[in-house]
Design a protein around this ligand. Structure first.
Ligand code: 6GU
Length: 263
């Protein structure tokens, strides 16, 4: 069970994703509980102002500290051990290990959706001074218009790791990144499509051979697309042999082709 709050200026953007597909199903199954809160509801002036111009000048607007801190205080009054997650392109980068840690965290996760012009720095410093753990997290080296999509990415990647969210308990184990390899190639019907056939082994019914083929496909795919994942001596000896074989076949093919061209 994952319990979250999302503090945002755009609640409908967050809700529309949460009310779709697996995230909606996870909530129906009681495995995910999300409360979406409009930061503006904690602004007290007549216009519900949540942002203002930056001191020192410059483009864009900055999120004001008071509404955000009041929203956080309101959650923390009910859940004193909440883990605060500030979405920000300057944060540490979210990855599969962070997703795992969020999916297993018994504390409430409170996502504060920032905007790229920024949140008044005192939101972070005041929370830190109050002894609250504040996690600044980015989802990658690019800039979004706001933290909503980033918070949703983190929630999505974490929720699917909760046992019972996906139909098949095995599908999490076999996929990319949990085993540090990319996924093997997948095929579905028809057997032949525009003269391209499904590999025979997948039709053979030989489960041992299929497992072996898929493992080799994973290694080959990782070697071709993300060789950086193979560099850290992470491969078992058996896998090193398979990889050597893949590399040798690749070299053979490369030296074959000029001959094929000239003949
Ligand atoms: Cl967490 N927020 C924003 N605004 N942009 C981002 C990001 C977060 N992660 C990558 N780019």
């Amino acid at each position: 069970m994952m319990r979250c709050d999302v503090l945002t200026l755009f609640p409908s953007m967050v809700e529309s994703v949460l009310n779709t597909s697996m995230l909606s199903l996870a909530q129906e199954k009681g495995l995910l509980d999300v409360t979406v809160t409009d930061i503006r509801s904690f602004a007290h002036d007549r216009h519900r102002t949540a942002d203002d111009r930056p001191y020192g000048g410059g483009a864009g607007m900055v999120l004001k500290p008071e509404p955000i801190l009041e929203a956080v205080d309101s959650v923390c009054a009910r859940h004193p051990d909440a883990r605060i997650v500030m979405t920000s392109p300057r944060g540490r980068q979210f990855d599969q290990a962070c997703a795992q840690s969020m999916s297993e965290d018994s504390r409430r996760l409170v996502f504060i959706c920032g905007h790229y012009e920024g949140i008044d720095e005192r939101v972070r410093t005041v929370m830190a001074a109050e002894g609250r753990e504040v996690d600044e997290v980015s989802i990658g080296d690019y800039v979004l218009t706001g933290g909503e999509l980033a918070a949703l990415v983190m929630i999505d990647a974490s929720v699917r790791l909760i046992p019972g969210v996906l139909g098949d308990a095995e599908s999490v184990k076999e996929e990319s990144f949990s085993g540090a390899l990319l996924e093997y190639e997948q095929y579905t019907r028809p057997v032949e499509f525009r003269a391209a056939r499904v590999p025979d082994v997948l039709l053979s019914g030989d489960h041992g051979a299929i497992r072996e083929w898929r493992h080799r496909s994973s290694l080959a795919s990782t070697y071709a697309r993300r060789p950086d994942l193979l560099k850290e001596g992470a491969l078992a000896q058996g896998d090193q042999l398979i990889l050597a074989d893949i590399q040798q076949k690749e070299r053979a093919e490369n030296s074959d082709s000029p001959r094929r061209l000239s003949s």
